[in-house]
Design a protein around this ligand. Structure first.
Ligand code: CP3
Length: 357
């Protein structure tokens, strides 16, 4: 494994609010269906899970966006739902339909049977991490990730994606003890899972709380943030003498930035509804920020993409003692033109230099 000092560490240094020459950029879902080469590899693998469960394929697609664009970080190609799959829920993806679980967790008996799985059942993920890290050979750092316990539990209870979260919210309001137990087992599993990714070579980790924003104030703290915090506090934060930064991202979490910043993370991910200048003031640069361009801005054409990138960078302003990692406010759409990403990366790298002195 090459030492971090020989690689482009602008991303890791920004997360730790250390001085860098420009604002680093990577994109959530940067390896995905908007890239024809991803679709070609997925066709060879037969399915999304065929890709994700094979370390050679997972490595290949992780590196694809880096071969095209001057991105400052790689993110492990996998999914947040590998965790409940390992817990025995039976994950499948129907073409064009999204994830489905054969055995969702709905009853007291289902909940009683839940247990932290043997991490050996996720060996394919850790093997992918080691392989990607070797293949990267120090080009850019590698990000590991997991879903937040609440977001993962949404899928475990609903059995698939949901528009209204009716089943998990029914459980939350009628049998909060059951949901707390699901969250507790999932948090323990997630901590072990992320620590094993770090052991395998992940240099930063991100926790995706994609659905925490659907909760009422008060319940977000009780059912989502508490468990994200538990995961963070169980993580190893140093490996081979390098700090392992943690990014906590809650989509729709703008009103809770202070409490997310105090959950023990190094950086807070924000969606596009947040103003970065106001966000910095609210947390007084205690943490770095990651985000926050609207993914749909990539459909606006070159001038609009450049203008939106500048708008985000201007809002953050002179970086000073803060830290900014440029990203989208959520995953890149599968319909995005790949050239839009090249334009975005160019503008972020070029325009941000004035803010780093
Ligand atoms: O960012 C990356 O490039 C790394 C890979 C990554 C994937 N999923 C690959 C993927 C990451 C970080 C995720 C996280 C993930 N997965 C989240 C949290 C982030 C978010 O988007 O809010 C969630 C909620 C999931 C669950 C999930 N996986 C859903 C709902 C779907 C189907 C919807 C969709 O976008 O197709 C997936 C499938 C999935 N995961 C795809 C990819 C590239 C598309 C599958 C395909 O190739 O058909």
């Amino acid at each position: 494994m090459s030492p971090a000092s020989t690689e482009n560490s602008v991303f890791l240094r920004s997360l730790l609010r250390e001085p860098v020459p420009y604002t680093p950029v990577w994109l959530m879902r940067q390896a995905g269906r908007y890239l024809p080469e991803y679709n070609a590899t997925r066709a060879r693998a037969g399915s999304f899970l065929g890709l994700a469960k094979n370390p050679d394929y997972a490595c290949e697609v992780t590196l694809q966006p880096l071969d095209r664009f001057a991105l400052d970080a790689a993110i492990l190609f996998s999914d947040i739902l590998t965790v409940p799959d390992a817990m025995g829920l039976g994950l499948s993806f129907e073409q064009g339909e999204g994830p489905r679980f054969a055995h969702p967790i709905r009853t007291e008996q289902d909940v009683a049977r839940l247990a932290v799985p043997d991490m050996e059942s996720l060996r394919y993920v850790f093997d992918a991490v080691s392989l990607i890290r070797r293949q990267l050979a120090g080009r850019v750092p590698l990000i590991g990730f997991a879903g937040s316990p609440f977001t993962v539990s949404c899928y475990m209870v609903e059995g698939k994606g949901s528009d209204d979260y009716r089943l998990i919210k029914t459980m939350m309001y009628s049998r909060p003890d059951l949901l707390h137990r699901i969250l507790d087992v999932t948090a323990q599993t997630t901590a072990a899972y992320l620590n094993a990714q770090i052991d395998a070579g992940a240099q930063a980790v991100m926790i995706f709380d994609s659905w925490g924003g659907v909760l009422a104030d008060g319940l977000f703290q009780e059912f989502s943030l508490t468990y994200t915090q538990r995961v963070i506090s169980a993580l190893q934060r140093e490996r081979e003498g390098q700090r392992i930064p943690v990014i906590a991202f809650t989509k729709g979490g703008g009103q809770w930035l202070e409490s997310i910043a105090d959950a023990g993370c190094d950086a807070v991910g924000v969606d596009w509804t947040v103003n970065l200048a106001a966000a910095r003031r609210r947390v007084q640069d205690r943490v770095a920020f990651q985000g926050n361009m609207d993914p749909m801005a990539l459909f606006g054409g070159e001038d609009a993409i450049r203008a939106e990138a500048r708008r985000v960078l201007d809002a953050f302003g002179p970086v000073g003692k803060g830290g900014h990692v440029f990203n989208l406010g959520h995953g890149i759409s599968q319909f995005s033109p790949p050239d839009a990403v090249a334009v975005l990366v160019d503008e972020v790298h070029r325009y941000s230099r004035q803010f780093h002195v």
